[in-house]
Design a protein around this ligand. Structure first.
Ligand SMILES: O=C(O)CCC(=O)C(=O)O
Ligand SMILES: [Fe+2]
Length: 214
């Protein structure tokens, strides 16, 4: 796997900065987080799994409150199995493990485990405004999203809209487009966000650092 030939520090070297920004602001966006070759390999793997029909309609909530509600969220997902990661997923998992350690060192959030799924938003799909931490079970502490599309034009929509509370009580928002290799990290209980309707297939990996073992 030649993406492993990249600078051995990459992207581990960035993780301390990511943790610092999360500590300061509760969120951070990093462009070019992973090398292009690694992003391409992940995209290819996801495309193959999609072609095999392994993605399912995503739901909302957990346990008894779990429901598939396409009027709220219309993406399709495939959960990674931490016991059966592919070699590529293994590399991603290791990166996230390092990030978890750096976040714990800086932010004292007591992160213990990681869960993650591939996501595909078909044209016309979206995810309405929400928080990632479930109301019933609160183990999701930090959200991490890595975008995989090769190209993204703003005209294709599909931005991640993040909402901020201004000091004057007035809410503002910022839109971030899903440019390939861009990483977004934020506090799952605090950052309200939504995925605006996309006009083309939008591909990503979403993960959550949890404060429990599963
Ligand atoms: O893909 C994104 O930009 C956000 C996805 C999201 O909000 C979620 O899966 O909870
Ligand atoms: Fe979310």
């Amino acid at each position: 796997m030649d993406y492993l030939d990249m600078d051995a520090d990459f992207p581990y070297a960035q993780n301390e900065r990511v943790a610092e920004a999360l500590y300061q602001n509760g969120w951070v966006v990093i462009d070019n987080y992973v090398p292009a070759k690694f992003r391409e390999a992940l995209l290819k793997e996801q495309q193959e799994l999609l072609d095999k029909g392994q993605f399912r309609h995503a739901g909302i909530g957990k346990g008894e409150s779990f429901a598939i509600k396409p009027e709220i969220r219309s993406d399709k997902v495939l959960w990674m199995d931490k016991e059966q990661l592919t070699p590529l997923q293994e590399v991603y998992w290791k990166m996230m493990d390092d990030l978890k350690r750096k976040i714990n060192q800086r932010c004292f959030l007591g992160l213990r485990s990681f869960e993650s799924h591939f996501a595909m938003y078909p044209p016309g799909s979206f995810y309405l405004r929400h928080l990632d931490q479930f109301q019933s079970v609160k183990y999701r502490i930090v959200t991490v999203i890595l975008y995989l599309n090769e190209h993204w034009e703003e005209a294709a929509g599909g931005a991640l809209r993040m909402y901020f509370n201004g000091e004057d009580g007035i809410e503002t928002f910022r839109d971030f487009y899903p440019f390939g290799s861009r990483l977004v990290v934020f506090l799952s209980a605090e950052m309200a966000h939504e995925v605006l309707p996309t006009h083309k297939e939008r591909i990503s990996i979403t993960g959550w650092f949890r404060d429990d073992e599963y």
